[in-house]
Design a binder for this molecule. Structure first.
Ligand SMILES: Nc1nc2c(ncn2[C@@H]2O[C@H](COP(=O)(O)OP(=O)(O)OP(=O)(O)O)[C@@H](O)[C@H]2O)c(=O)[nH]1
Ligand SMILES: [Mg+2]
Length: 619
């Protein structure tokens, strides 16, 4: 055998496969304390103790070899060698959760029966110990007929033993292939479960249930009244924090940008290059980067809630609401991921087995407020909504932000309700998710999560957004307006915007907004950058800094216009990546076209209604 041996990590969802994958390869795949985190195969390099290199693949979790959802199909196809363009693995690392052994052994038995060389990673033994459970890996190994290594993936315990065992297995591997005579092949699920339970019981040395505090926590977290209240308090605190904690770092960043602009102005002669650097890149991209602290605060909350095991509880609480609009309980996690970005959210729908369920979830995912909307919301709210307290500890700005998020959710539920009665009619499947164990979030995991978010955000700012801004700067700077004419209206960009303005004037949008709508299609945050760039070009002699943009907005936008603009951002389909991933996941243009159409219609109506209602109320 000349090619690199292939080893696959398989097991039930949430067993710790990705954590083990990261520990073994040094990769940074996402781990999360809920089932269905990994939905695609990922591969990495693992160096065995004897120096050989092995390709390790991390697979989506599955409950059995009979796939019930698209992500489980990937797993089945890889381990049976049916995956196109992929060879049969040379060995499997079957990951089982020690504290949930009988359930996880069921799938493990099926995998062992395939006949590939197997090492079982008896993972999360630390949590088993915490729950008062002691297991005997030697006995388990004897029962299963394969090596069993106790591991704690997140503390890197047992890794060397796994690697050593693996090198032994791969040497022998060449001859062994499928053993169809094994009883577990074709064994029905009930017999399999019975066998799994027996083996698990046999390997249990002692069990002293000390899970009372988990139950006590769940009595509150899952309570129909207290649980919902708790969820509301958590979400609300999150939005207040996004506003109040970010001020200091955001001010520092914007002071830094203003300083850079001033220094360039002071050193470079007044040329188009100077304008491109200061009015284009620094004003535009800077206006977006200022929001990094807020995005990180939002994600810190989400990551901690995920890692603690609370998120699935929130999903469980929402299940009744979701079912009442015809969504599957499994839709919660994809929808939740969409709060970061609809692209991974739409990919996460692969854990939903029913096609109609899945399609409905894909179609409403863009209505979840993605993090790219945050800069737009914050800028407009910060400039035009008064900063005062409606109650002690409850600021008006945070409240408006919270309302915008809720608006997206309500919109999504209404759309789901309509879709389920029309284009995606069908029965919805119920809630089918194990409750993960509560865990103290690990600082390192949260830090890595935040780091990768910051990287994504800054990369976007440095590529897509910067390019959009440069393009906009060119279009907004030329042709140069004669004296007495406004550059933002005379330029090419200005004329395009005037065309768009005809369509959007009835819903209260002004020329600035019309100009920002196109860049927002590349990335929503670019709307903020675009507005900043245009103001900067129009008023090159304005003092720089954070307040410049805000002052301009206050002078040029009325409150009804601002509210209509916010409403537009709640609903409008604004990003090309979302459309592209929808095309990929639904295999065609029909559904993305439908999605774009209904979202634009909704955005137009909602923004218009808001504008005229605000005018009517005399705001
Ligand atoms: N205490 C403890 N936690 C662990 C261990 N292994 C993984 N975890 C945690 O368990 C959760 C699930 O881990 P993942 O690696 O995402 O699980 P997975 O098997 O890849 O899950 P899917 O991708 O959903 O199939 C995460 O919160 C991990 O931090 C372990 O050995 N001990
Ligand atoms: Mg995973």
């Amino acid at each position: 055998m000349t090619s690199t041996p292939l080893v696959a990590l398989v097991g039930n969802p949430n067993a710790g496969k990705s954590a083990l994958f990261n520990a073994l390869t040094g990769a940074r795949q996402k781990v999360g304390n809920y089932p269905g985190v990994t939905v695609e195969r990922h591969s990495g390099k693992l160096v065995l103790p004897d120096g050989r290199i092995v390709e390790l693949v991390d697979l989506p979790g599955a409950y059995s070899l009979e796939p019930s959802s698209p992500d489980e199909r990937v797993t089945r196809d890889v381990v049976t060698g049916a995956q196109i363009g992929e060879r049969l693995p040379d060995a499997l690392i079957v990951v089982v959760d020690a504290s949930n052994l009988d359930n996880h052994l069921r799938f493990a038995l099926q995998l062992i029966a395939l006949g590939l060389p197997v090492v079982v990673a008896l993972n999360m033994i630390d949590l088993a110990a915490r729950d008062g459970l002691t297991l005997d890996p030697v006995k388990l190994s004897a029962e299963l007929g394969v090596p069993v290594i106790p591991t704690v993936a997140v503390r890197r315990r047992g890794l060397d033993e796994v690697k050593a065992t693996l090198s032994g297995l791969i040497v022998e591997s060449a001859a062994i292939r499928l053993r169809p005579s094994d009883p577990a092949i074709g064994e029905d699920i009930v017999t399999l479960q019975r066998r799994a339970r027996k083996i698990a019981l046999g390997a249990t040395v002692s069990e002293a249930p000390v899970r009372r505090w988990t139950h006590a926590l769940d009595a509150v977290a899952l309570h129909p009244v207290w649980g919902v209240l708790l969820l509301m308090v958590i979400l609300f605190t999150m939005f207040q924090a996004v506003f109040s904690w970010a001020t200091v770092p955001a001010d520092a960043i914007s002071a830094g940008i203003a300083w850079a602009q001033e220094s360039i102005r002071a050193t470079l002669p007044d040329t188009p290059l100077r304008s491109l650097l200061t009015d284009g890149l620094l004003a535009g991209v800077g206006a977006v980067i200022v929001f990094l602290p807020q995005i990180l605060i939002l994600f810190a909350f989400i990551l901690v809630l995920e890692a603690s095991g609370y998120m699935v509880r929130a999903a469980f609480l929402m299940d009744r609401v979701m079912a009442s609009v015809g969504l599957s309980g499994r839709a919660f996690i994809p929808l939740l991921s969409s709060f970061a970005c609809a692209v991974p959210g739409i990919m996460a729908t692969r854990t939903i087995e029913d096609e109609k369920d899945r399609l409905t979830t894909i179609l409403i995912a863009p209505l979840m407020t993605c993090s790219a909307r945050l800069p737009v919301y914050t800028l407009v709210i910060g400039a035009l909504i008064p900063d005062r307290h409606v109650l002690p500890f409850v600021g008006l700005q945070g409240l408006v932000m919270f309302a915008l998020y809720i608006m997206g959710l309500v919109g999504a539920f209404v759309v789901a309700l309509v879709l389920r009665r029309t284009v995606t009619a069908g029965v919805s499947s119920g809630f089918m998710m194990e409750m993960p164990k509560y865990q103290m979030p690990r600082l390192r995991d949260v830090a890595i999560g935040l780091w990768s978010r910051a990287e994504i955000f800054l990369k976007r700012a440095g590529t897509t957004i910067a390019l959009t801004i440069v393009l906009l700067w060119v279009l907004a700077s030329y042709p140069v307006a004669p004296a007495g004419q406004k550059q933002s209206e005379y330029s090419i960009a200005g004329r395009i915007a005037s065309g768009i303005e005809v369509v959007v004037r009835p819903i209260g949008f002004n020329h600035d907004i019309a100009l920002a709508l196109l860049p927002a299609m590349a990335a929503r945050e670019a709307a903020v950058g675009a507005i900043a760039t245009v103001y900067s070009i129009d008023n090159p002699d304005d003092p720089r800094g954070d307040n410049q943009l805000r002052r301009n907005l206050q002078a040029r936008w009325s409150l009804p216009t601002a509210l209509a603009f916010l409403m537009w951002f709640v609903f409008a389909p604004q990003c090309i990546s979302t459309i592209a991933v929808t095309r990929r996941e639904t295999n065609g243009w029909k559904w993305p076209a439908f999605m774009v159409g209904y979202l634009f219609a909704l955005a137009y109506i909602a923004a218009g209604a808001t504008y005229w209602a605000a005018i009517g109320l005399g705001l």
